[in-house]
Design a protein around this ligand. Structure first.
Ligand code: HEM
Length: 181
């Protein structure tokens, strides 16, 4: 079943979800490592890979928005309080928003510094913005701050998902419900 239903997530959502989790964790780790590296060819090639993968993640995030808004989503699990449902919804939508802002800030940072994006050497997206060092530095700052916010919301979502699993184990759930974790 490709689409989500009232009680379960579909295959497309599940595959994209885990692909994005894997990519975000890698991009965050590599991002912090490369920010501390000395300038040179190694750092440049790692930044190139980071930018290409970040761009792919942007496309996945856009698709995820389309997929979530164009279909139905599973109802909250029975037994959860209104506050828990609210927090879990807020965390989900904040995360989806951050997963757009994060790569967009990276693209704007690169372009304002005057660089395009080579997508794994397959094709090049040229910079279509006029070079502006101040704006480049502003988006560099935004890119870093959003990374920390992303980590905080990511951890909150993980805790919320673990709690959902707990409800599931305690059999407060709909019997056929299948959560992402
Ligand atoms: C969700 C996607 C992304 C994540 C999670 C991510 C994460 C990060 C992190 C954690 C850093 C280190 C920040 C610091 O300590 O200064 C970083 C740096 C960087 N990111 Fe990203 N990034 C993403 C997407 C992108 C994209 C799409 C681009 C450009 C097309 C990009 C370009 C850069 C560049 C150039 C740096 C190095 C800044 C510097 O230190 O000179 N990132 N990224």
């Amino acid at each position: 079943m490709l689409r989500n239903t009232e009680s379960t997530y579909g295959k497309v959502t599940i595959i994209i979800h885990w692909l994005m989790v894997l990519m975000v964790v890698t991009l965050l780790t590599v991002g912090f490592i490369m920010a501390d590296m000395d300038k040179g060819a190694t750092r440049d090639s790692i930044i190139g890979l980071h930018k290409a993968s970040g761009f792919v993640l942007l496309l996945l995030a856009l698709f995820r928005w389309y997929w979530t808004l164009s279909g139905q989503n599973p109802k909250p699990i029975e037994g959860m309080t209104k506050a828990e449902i609210g927090i879990s919804h807020a965390a989900k939508w904040t995360l989806l928003l951050l997963l757009l802002i994060m790569p967009i800030s990276g693209v704007l940072m690169s372009m304002y510094f005057g660089y395009g994006i080579s997508v794994y050497g397959l094709f090049e997206i040229p910079s279509f913005l006029a070079k502006n060092k101040d704006l480049g530095e502003a988006f560099e700052e935004i890119h870093e701050v959003i990374a920390y916010i992303l980590i905080a919301v990511f951890c909150t979502t993980c805790c919320s998902r673990l709690k959902t699993s707990f409800y599931k184990q305690r059999q407060y759930t709909q019997p056929n419900a299948r959560q992402i974790i």
